[in-house]
Design a protein around this ligand. Structure first.
Ligand SMILES: [Zn+2]
Ligand SMILES: [Zn+2]
Length: 252
């Protein structure tokens, strides 16, 4: 059984109701954080996950609402009384992630420099696959920024797919096919479609055409909150549907 916890269901727009994008997927042996917008490490504490408990962190792209707490994470790792783990944390991002990190190092210097045996930073992109303990991680290209990507997580015979930010593209159907859970962005309503993002209808179309077993929508901008998201999505997708809210807990 995999556990999925929505840490932040919002966007870059400050909101008392929705924290910035972040999700946790827990397999039997591995605790994976997907994206870490501002405030993620504090938000994790609300579900009893200390930053030392994270085994793997995956970034979908380098937008501030998805990656800002990486700085906070690295700085927190320097405080050894709190960073108690013995095994390294593996942090992956798309192409460009390492040069992004170099820029951070220029800005913050040794305050964020953590030894490699504690924190391992790498780039991963399709068609590479990474196996760690009991999970297989497969990145796939998304339609948001030049190098943005989503991740397929497979463990215990289950398939969970996280899109990160993306627009619709037919190629995603094959990637998402038969997922037990598709965690999909639905940023804006159909009457306010923004390039590089999905609407609830397009997310539903992807879920329906890929025959996913359940769908979790997240990353709601205020314009999307103003509509009936379930009604829009249900026009095309009729399977089990969940709307993300902060600290929502699901099992797969
Ligand atoms: Zn975003
Ligand atoms: Zn973005």
């Amino acid at each position: 059984m995999l556990e999925v916890i929505v840490i932040g269901s919002g966007t870059g727009v400050p909101s008392l109701k929705r924290a910035s994008p972040a999700l946790v997927v827990k397999t039997y042996q591995t605790c994976i954080l997907l994206d870490s917008g501002p405030g993620t490490l504090r938000q994790l504490l609300k579900v009893n996950i200390h930053f030392s408990n994270l085994d793997v962190i995956l970034y979908t792209h380098l937008h501030p609402d998805h990656i800002t707490d990486l700085i906070h994470f690295l700085f927190a790792c320097k405080y050894t009384p709190a960073f108690t783990r013995e095994k390294p944390v593996f942090i992956f991002g798309p192409r460009g992630f390492l040069s992004f990190y170099e820029q951070l190092e220029k800005a913050f210097g040794h305050w964020i420099a953590v030894p490699e045996d504690k924190v391992s930073l790498s780039e991963i992109s399709s068609p590479s696959i990474w196996a760690h303990e009991d999970v297989i991680i497969t990145p796939f290209a998304t339609f948001h920024t030049e190098n943005s990507q989503g991740y397929i997580l497979q463990s215990e015979g289950k398939k969970v797919v996280y899109t990160g930010d993306t627009d619709f593209d037919e190629s995603l159907i094959k990637v998402v096919e038969n997922a037990d859970l598709l965690i999909c962005e639905a940023s804006f309503p159909s009457n306010y479609k923004v390039e590089g993002h999905l609407t609830p209808v397009l997310a539903g179309k992807l879920a329906a055409e890929a025959k996913v077993k359940s769908l979790l929508l997240t990353h709601f901008y205020p314009e999307c909150e103003a509509i009936d998201i379930v009604e829009e999505c249900s026009q095309v997708y009729t399977g089990p549907l969940f709307l993300a809210q902060d600290l929502l807990f699901l099992t797969v």
